[in-house]
Design a binder for this molecule. Sequence first.
Ligand SMILES: [Zn+2]
Length: 176
Amino acid sequence: MSEQVEADAPSSGVFGELVGQEKVVEQLQTAVASTPAHAWLFTGPPGSGRSNAARAFAAALNCEAGDGCGACRTCELILSGTHPAVSMVSTENVTYRIEDVRELVTTAQDRPQGAEWRVIVIEDADRMTERATNVLLKAIEEPPPRTIWVLCAPSPRMCSSPSVRGATGQSAHSSG
Ligand SMILES: [Zn+2]
């Protein structure tokens, strides 16, 4: 999208399309370079790029070059949404059903195939009933060693439970 990308700019690779979100990119790159938290809350209105940020984060975590090059096979599969270790979950219903959340929790127990990290991105995480949230929270509090949860919501305030914010170790806000 951007026509001016410097070769050594920190926003090259999978983070390149997160234009104007330098703070988020920096935060995610720091996490990728160290030991990332097991649960993240990505906030921003729908269309703010929070799902792109989540996908880029998943790619960078598993990148064969180690930093989200955007060119290796793993990056390509994750960015195109076809890597089995990365789940982008959304619902067409008003709320997530508790069965859906239980299924995700089961998926989270599996070791990632062909990747370092299993990443489960839940779009519209604010659309969860209290019961579903509780099931999710229990899973987040006892994370499998190779699984990272990313919850996307319009704002921290709109996430149905304050404990979601408590359980998520890190948050990143997409404003653009
Ligand atoms: Zn890569």
